[in-house]
Design a protein around this ligand. Structure first.
Ligand code: R5P
Length: 294
């Protein structure tokens, strides 16, 4: 097996290759003066099963993903598995207003044109995977998150909204802690309203878990409610730290006691690694003979 790291996911690709004890090639990706992407894979040939690790965020990385797949195929890859740690556009999985595109579907249809298999991590809506023409599977970061927080003195696990309720359940059950979700109403792209928690959080160390933090509006509103209800501490963790603008500063400079995310997106707080979870899945796939089918 050979792991190829695209420009969004170099550290994760390197870590994955160490875990799988295989070669890692980092795509040399630059921009032409007009902004178009140039990429190149070092070496003469790739006669092996190839795993490409690259996000579909930001938009420019989508083009790089197409180009790396084509280069790998031309260099003789026996099979191509795309590991998409953060699948951008998954929140636009249906038509909300007439005239809109089905963005997530468009992405899946086009990204899956060359590859043999796709792996995502905590994709916002799993139904999006049905749009890939090859087998596609979503892995969960809950195990890595629960393991990280096991000895951090957490009393309660809460999701900031109903959409993340299953995540809180999964992590709460793994940590053998009570869990629940808050009720959120989105007022605009940056503003949300969160109702007081049903669970008594007075004197508790609370862990808020979400899939994505973008502006941080959801997490700030949830934290304000929990601190007002007497929570001793509020730790926040998400899988994908998108952190638009100065979201990290706004969040860490507020009432939040700790902020962490997984390394599906690279940032200064991406301290929880999903490499082990992805490596386990790739090893299983190899055993089941899922690679090498072109
Ligand atoms: C929403 O459904 C997602 O799970 C996140 O809660 C949301 O994307 C977070 O966005 P923001 O940080 O901008 O509130």
């Amino acid at each position: 097996m050979i792991v190829i790291g695209g420009s969004t996911s170099r550290d994760l690709a390197k870590e994955l290759a160490v875990k799988l004890d295989c070669k890692c090639i980092l795509a040399s990706s630059t921009r032409f003066p007009d902004g178009e992407c140039y990429t190149r894979l070092e070496g003469e040939s790739l006669h092996d099963d190839v795993v490409i690790v690259q996000n579909t965020y930001p938009d420019t990385s989508i083009i790089e993903m197409f180009l790396i797949q084509d280069a790998a195929k031309r260099m003789g890859a026996k099979s191509i598995t795309l590991v998409i740690p953060y699948f951008g556009y998954a929140r636009q999985d249906r038509i909300f207003k007439p005239g809109e595109p089905e963005s997530a579907k468009v992405m899946a249809k086009h990204l899956g044109m060359i590859c043999n298999r796709v792996i995502t991590i905590d994709i916002h809506k799993e139904t999006v995977l049905k749009n890939f023409k090859c087998p596609a599977k979503d892995l969960k970061a809950s195990g890595a998150i629960a393991e990280y927080f096991a000895d951090k003195g957490i009393d309660v696990v809460l999701a900031p909204d109903f959409g993340a309720a299953d995540r809180a359940k999964d992590i709460g059950e793994r940590m053998k802690l009570p869990y629940d979700h808050l009720e959120k109403v989105r007022l605009s792209g940056t503003e949300v309203k969160i109702a007081p928690a049903r669970m008594d959080c007075n004197g508790k160390n609370v862990l808020i878990v979400d899939d994505i933090i973008a502006t941080g509006g959801t997490i700030l509103a949830a934290t304000t409610q929990l601190k007002a209800a007497g929570a001793t501490s509020v730790s926040v963790v998400c899988t994908h730290g998108v952190f638009t603008g100065d979201a990290i500063r706004r969040l860490t400079g507020n009432q939040i006691d700790s902020l962490l995310c997984c390394n599906t997106l690279e940032s200064e707080v991406s301290n929880i690694s999903v490499a082990g979870t992805v490596a386990d899945e790739l090893r299983k796939g190899k055993k089941k003979g899922l690679f090498g089918k072109n």
